[in-house]
Design a protein around this ligand. Structure first.
Ligand SMILES: [Zn+2]
Length: 116
């Protein structure tokens, strides 16, 4: 498994999950500041914000998931979601493209940017 080509939706999902963990860790750190209510409530608030942010990111994933195109990966024959012009398979990280022009070319995320 290469980390270079990974599916975008999976990447965002990992990001959202790490936000939850950061939030929990920040709130946990706050427990050590029991003696100072200001620091404790600040860390609690910050941790809470991280959790809220991850909820927003999860919601955003839901939004973009509906916009992404479902394709069957030619490599592992599973249905995967392609976001943008090029993306990697969710299952096997096989580079996939929706643009016939890019077929056979080396996988590069910069193809997602619009050409001038
Ligand atoms: Zn695949």
């Amino acid at each position: 498994m290469s980390t270079k080509h990974s599916n975008k939706i999976n990447k965002i999902r990992t990001f959202a999950l790490s936000l939850v963990f950061i939030g929990i860790i920040v709130m946990y750190v706050g427990i050590f500041f029991r003696n100072s209510p200001i620091i404790m409530s600040l860390t609690m608030l910050l941790g809470f914000l991280f959790v809220i942010a991850s909820t927003v990111v999860y919601f955003w994933i839901g939004m973009i998931s509906t916009k992404s195109v479902k394709v069957v990966c030619p490599n592992c024959n599973t249905t995967t979601k392609v976001l943008g012009r090029v993306d990697a398979c969710m299952n096997c990280n096989e580079p996939l493209t929706l643009d016939p022009e890019l077929e056979g070319k080396e996988f590069d995320l910069k193809y997602n940017r619009k050409k001038s």
